[in-house]
Ligand binder design. Structure first.
Ligand SMILES: [Zn+2]
Ligand SMILES: [Zn+2]
Length: 306
């Protein structure tokens, strides 16, 4: 981490009434992680004016206000950054005071040599999982639920700066309700680029079978009946079969030419995983991390499963 910002002691306000303005550059994993909403909230809390935007290098900011507030702003950029962000550098330089009020998220600057880092895809967060399971929520059971803290990033990006028109979400214009969340600084989906719902976002579809009902229920039915499914996820396809169905897994092994190597086993949650395999504290931490990494564990029959 490096910073060219000055960290002078906060002067008493009456001796330092003149506002200052800083031009700030932040680089690292700062796109697709809620960084602009974070900066917006921070500036509002500190009564700073200015703007924030994405460009091909990362995030550009101009902030104006009391010097003590600017010092606090620079400190918070490093230390209070959103959980998915990795701040590599913050560079701040003084620039002329403009005196214009308000703080805005401005249009991205798409020009220049592309050098910024976009966050990896991140597992559905606890708040989204709660909504997903709530029959009263408008995203109840909606598989593409996401927010500023979770959801697809890297696999939907086609170009930087990371903005919806540069993602595979471009053909799904937001409905009124989603747009209201996207534009509301107090909403946890403020400026979440992939925000969507059953009314405006992608939908599940089941190909290759006569599917007139719920694709998810039909897919589950097919798996229970010994079928092998190709599940198109965010980053590619998963071939799926019922792990307890020897005939189905043998079919999958034959087709994949994978006679012995273990397959990954999907479990609904940690308690389910513990029923199938020995899950210690390290395995548990990995399985529930933001990336929901798959992990090798000794199964309860003595073999290894992924
Ligand atoms: Zn979320
Ligand atoms: Zn919507």
């Amino acid at each position: 981490m490096s910073s060219s910002s000055s960290r002078s002691a906060t002067p008493p306000p009456h001796r330092d009434p003149a506002p200052a303005r800083l031009r700030v550059r932040v680089e690292g994993v700062v796109q697709g992680v809620g960084f602009r909403p974070f900066v917006h909230g921070l500036a509002q809390r500190l009564a700073l004016a200015g703007h924030v935007g994405n460009d091909v290098h990362g995030v550009f900011i101009e902030v104006e206000g009391a010097r003590a507030a600017l010092d606090e702003f620079l400190r918070a950029l490093h230390q209070d950054a959103p959980p998915l962000a990795t701040v590599d550098t913050v560079e701040a330089r003084p620039c002329p005071v403009l005196g214009a009020p308000g703080f805005a998220i401005v249009a991205s600057e798409p020009r220049g040599h592309r050098a910024t880092l976009v966050s990896a895809d991140t597992a559905t967060c606890a708040a989204c999982l709660t909504e997903l399971a709530d029959p009263a929520d408008r995203r109840y059971g909606y598989p593409f639920i996401n927010c500023t803290d979770c959801g697809p990033r890297f696999t939907i990006v086609r170009d930087v700066p990371y903005d919806r028109p540069h993602t595979t979400m471009a053909p799904f214009p937001m409905c009124t309700a989603c747009a209201a969340e996207y534009h509301d600084p107090t909403d946890r989906r403020f400026h979440a680029q992939p925000v969507c719902c059953p009314d405006c976002g992608p939908r599940l579809a089941l190909a290759g079978v006569d599917d007139r009902g719920d694709p998810l229920a039909t897919a589950a039915e097919l798996l229970r009946g010994g079928g092998v499914l190709a599940v198109k996820g965010l980053g590619g396809y998963h071939l799926a079969a019922l792990a307890s169905d020897e005939k189905a897994t043998l079919t999958l092994r034959t087709r994949k030419h994978r006679e012995n190597k273990p397959f990954a086993v999907l479990a609904a949650d940690l308690s389910e995983a513990r029923r199938l395999a020995h899950v210690g504290p390290v395995e548990a931490a990995l399985l529930t991390s933001r990336t929901r990494s798959s992990h090798s564990a000794q199964d309860k029959l003595g073999g290894a499963s992924g």
